[in-house]
Design a protein around this ligand. Structure first.
Ligand code: AMP
Length: 377
């Protein structure tokens, strides 16, 4: 086994948002130091890191200088160029690898990879021109969703299309970029599996988490998911097989649709911890962030045992519309935990924090989390 990167070492994080912040908090608990790299300053990660380096992701000299100061590099943001990942890899290990990142950071490539290896995916087509789009709609069918191929997240760069007549309008809306068009899936549930794979191929997962989105942004997650355990274990098996195929090292999330016909379809892969896994921080023996530290440092993975059913609700910037939310009001519910990311400007749709509630069952946990959020305004 390759030598582990032990506590006392420094973990480099490309990206500086809330995922890096929670990773840094877990890393520091374990005695690691953390450096973060991004174009921004006073960032969610930077506020809790040992060092915040401010430079552009395309500045390869700055990337190399960053890599020289750390023992391993991981990502909290997948839209980093492969050139940047390769530049780091010349100096220190990058986990997950640049090749895993390359596949998962672009929808069309990711879908092609999934289809090539026989994973169940939403019927879709890659499109480069308006003519392609019109033609693709012919076989994908309508209603459909057009998603920009690159750099999309949280529903950014996504537009629904009711019929083929909408093609021109939607093509304009996405700015004539390479895109993927897919049929709107009739689903009963959205699920995710957050899992880790170690350097020696050790695998650990947090089971199936059930997700509810609003306006294409995650709103509520509950764990365990309220589905047939057989489906949950199938979702875990698919996730494991994807990680094996990618020779993945680190934490990854696979998002699924469970169709009304009872079929699992992979929607997308996030090559990092995931918003739906935030509830592991309060509900599991090992959080998804501690697991990322362990995996990228070549240490044994921790127990993913969930101690209590849990629910998480996101806190978007919209909650600040009438001023600062009433934190004390929400915290009056004793088994609700508040997580804020230290972001300065609460714009609508921006993820500012989340609340996790723990209870004897997921329905009660969800009710508590939603009630606590309602108390904020
Ligand atoms: P994505 O960025 O692909 O994860 O999409 C964000 C959310 O939009 C998903 O979690 C779904 O709620 C919704 N969505 C995306 N694609 C589809 C689809 N093909 N059919 C139905 N809903 C979708």
């Amino acid at each position: 086994m390759t030598r582990a990167i032990l506590p006392g070492s420094t973990i480099g994080v490309l990206g500086s948002g809330q995922l890096g912040r929670m990773l840094a908090l877990a890393a520091r608990t374990m005695g690691y130091r953390v450096h973060t790299f991004s174009p921004a300053e006073d960032t969610p990660t930077g506020q809790v890191a040992d060092k915040e380096i401010q430079a552009d992701y395309t500045d390869l000299d700055a990337i190399r200088a960053f890599a020289t100061g750390v023992h391993v590099v991981t990502f909290e943001f997948e839209n980093v160029t492969t050139e940047a990942a390769d530049a780091v890899a010349e100096i220190v290990p990058v986990r997950p690898s640049g090749s895993a990142l390359h596949i998962t950071q672009q929808r069309a490539r990711e879908k092609a990879f999934l289809a090539l290896h026989g994973f169940p995916v939403t019927p879709s087509a890659a499109v480069h021109t308006l003519d392609d789009l019109a033609e693709a709609l012919g076989h994908v069918g309508t209603p459909a969703i057009v998603k920009t191929a690159a750099f999309g997240y949280d529903g950014k760069g996504q537009h629904r299309l009711a019929s083929i007549e909408d093609a021109e309008r939607v093509w304009g809306l996405i700015g004539h970029q390479d895109a993927v068009v897919e049929r709107v899936v009739d689903f009963s549930h959205e699920l995710s599996v957050v899992a880790a794979r170690g350097l020696d191929a050790e695998f650990a997962h947090f089971g199936a988490i059930e997700n509810v989105h609003r306006h294409h942004i995650l709103d509520l997650s509950v764990s365990p998911a309220r589905i047939d355990p057989q489906i949950a274990s199938e979702a875990v098996q698919i996730t494991h097989a994807i990680m094996e195929e990618l020779s993945y090292v680190g934490v990854l999330c696979v998002e699924f649709f469970l169709t009304t016909q009872g079929r699992l379809l992979v929607n997308e892969i996030a090559p990092r911890p995931h918003n739906s896994g935030h509830l592991t921080v309060d509900a599991c023996v090992t959080s998804q962030f501690e697991q990322q530290v362990r995996a990228v440092c070549g240490l044994p993975l921790g127990s993913t045992m969930q101690m209590r059913p849990a629910a998480m609700v996101n806190l978007l910037g919209d909650l600040w519309a009438d001023g600062e939310p009433d934190w004390a009001g929400a915290l009056a519910i004793p088994d609700v935990k508040l997580h804020l990311y230290g972001k300065g400007s609460p714009q609508p749709g921006r993820k500012m924090g989340h609340l996790t509630a723990i209870a004897d069952g997921v329905d009660i946990a969800a009710e508590k989390a939603i009630a606590a959020r309602d108390l904020l305004t």
